[in-house]
Design a protein around this ligand. Structure first.
Ligand code: HEC
Ligand code: HEC
Length: 218
């Protein structure tokens, strides 16, 4: 006779889409060596050995795997990405991994970040950035940068939640200058001046809340 697993059964195919859900409470005190070993085995093929988004599969993926060395994530954001994957991208969910390993992976991701903090920015530059943001970005990235703008639900890849995820200044300027391939983030060079692009890049970085944003946007 076949034993039926409960509704929350593990899924042997982590890439198979399934409804979003809240990750369970993960244990603290994760084993760093274990986290790095799991990262090398499960993540480096896409994200690269040091997490720079340059693994052997990266060139074939759109959007490309996140560059984990150039982003500061809230822990909740990382756990959400590991539990649910990232809709519209090749980032799978990892619900089949035991909670202690998920915790170790989440900690490892956050140690890969080497993006620097900003030097103090002049108030008029932040104001210029806030104006450019209100005029051009809220419909997708949401007021306060929560990723829940009115147009967000129509997009295959969700707009970044800047409260939960802070791109490095260079990654932000790059996204504004070139767009993000494989997403509806377009280049802004024909609509914003270089000064506005720099100002709005500083502005979105200023929205980060270390463990505020949970990134529950679909
Ligand atoms: C098949 C390729 C692939 C594998 C394997 C993979 N990722 Fe990703 N990952 C991606 C892509 C693609 C993105 C989305 C980039 C974007 O949103 O622009 C991403 C995004 C992320 C993000 C950022 C959150 C987000 O939603 O953008 C984190 C954190 C992350 N991955 C961690 C991991 C970890 C840890 C592992 C291993 C357990 C892993 N990834 C395995 C491709 C992969
Ligand atoms: C049509 C919707 C849309 C508009 C309008 C839009 N974005 Fe985006 N933005 C996106 C999407 C989608 C992504 C890709 C998210 C991903 O790769 O996971 C993105 C990515 C970004 C990133 C890269 C984030 C990272 O962590 O790598 C930055 C920076 C950014 N947007 C800033 C802006 C700013 C500033 C504006 C206004 C000038 C703007 N965006 C307007 C949809 C939009």
């Amino acid at each position: 006779m076949m034993a039926f697993a409960p509704a929350m059964a593990l899924n042997a195919s982590p890439a198979r889409p399934r409804p979003r859900g809240d990750a369970p409470e993960l244990p603290g005190g994760a084993d760093a060596a274990r986290g790095h070993a799991l990262f090398a085995a499960d993540c480096a093929g896409c994200h690269g050995p040091a997490g720079a988004g340059d693994g052997p599969s990266a060139d074939a993926l759109q959007p490309r795997p996140a560059n984990l060395t150039e982003h500061t994530y809230s822990r909740a954001r990382v756990v959400d990405a590991l539990w649910n994957g990232t809709a519209g991208t090749s980032m799978p969910g990892w619900r089949d991994v035991p909670p202690s390993d998920l915790a170790a992976l989440a900690d490892t991701v956050r140690t890969l970040d080497s993006s620097a903090s900003d030097t103090p920015v002049a108030p008029d530059q932040i104001l210029m950035g806030a104006r450019a943001y209100a005029a051009n970005c809220v419909q997708c990235h949401g007021s306060g940068g929560d990723g829940r703008g009115t147009a967000a639900s129509e997009l295959r890849v969700a707009p970044t939640d800047f409260r939960a995820q802070r791109p490095s200044l260079s990654i932000a300027v790059r996204a504004l200058t070139l767009g993000v391939e494989g997403t509806q983030m377009a280049p802004w060079t024909d609509r914003l001046s270089d000064a506005e692009i720099l100002a709005v890049a500083y502005y979105v970085r200023s929205l980060f809340q270390s463990d505020g944003g949970v990134g529950t946007v679909q």
